[in-house]
Design a protein around this ligand. Structure first.
Ligand SMILES: CC(C)(COP(=O)(O)OP(=O)(O)OC[C@H]1O[C@@H](n2cnc3c(N)ncnc32)[C@H](O)[C@@H]1OP(=O)(O)O)[C@@H](O)C(=O)NCCC(=O)NCCS
Length: 140
């Protein structure tokens, strides 16, 4: 398996996103999101795309993982680990020595153990409250 950086198209995003049963946004919304994404990471088994993750963030203090998805047939075969390693290498390449930055996400219930295994901490904890989330919708 190999990881390609910034090769994710809106069309492929929709395929990988939908593969786990998630209801996808429209392609125009995906295209806009990809244009403003810091980096995309796509896992390939030969010619077959099997997983993806998007990294958004400010490049200096905060990074955020979105849309981490491996197609069902390829889960638990190491693609997620390769994608996460590629994300962390990317971050290490863009930040300066001495900087500490955050990498954040909201996990699905089923992926909590995966992220714990990658060194993420859960919130709330002794000193922090829960992560917060709000959908903003424009009717039309
Ligand atoms: C979560 C996900 C991205 C992980 O990718 P993956 O390719 O399946 O993960 P890997 O094969 O690299 O697994 C790495 C380790 O995590 C464990 N793991 C993977 N998925 C797990 C899960 N859902 N629950 C518990 N452990 C999991 C594996 O057993 C493996 O452990 P090991 O290193 O001790 O063998 C993938 O399973 C997936 O797409 N799940 C469905 C969509 C989803 O929930 N995405 C998360 C969005 S926040």
């Amino acid at each position: 398996m190999v990881i390609k950086i910034n090769s994710l198209t809106p069309e492929l995003f929709l395929v990988l996103y939908s593969s786990n049963g998630w209801e996808p946004p429209c392609i125009e919304q995906v295209r806009t999101a990809l244009e403003h994404t810091l980096a995309t990471f796509t896992a390939y088994d030969g010619e077959l795309p099997v997983g993806m993750v998007r990294l958004i963030g400010d490049g200096g203090m905060s990074f955020y993982l979105k849309d981490f998805a491996v197609i069902p047939n390829y889960q638990s075969k190491g693609a997620g680990t390769l994608l996460m390693n590629a994300v962390e290498s990317f971050i290490m390449n863009v930040i300066a020595p001495g900087w500490a930055v955050t990498l954040e996400l909201i996990s699905t219930k089923s992926a909590v153990r995966f992220y714990l295994g990658k060194g993420f901490e859960e919130r709330p904890c002794e000193w922090d409250g829960p992560g917060m989330f709000k959908m903003i919708r424009k009717e039309g």
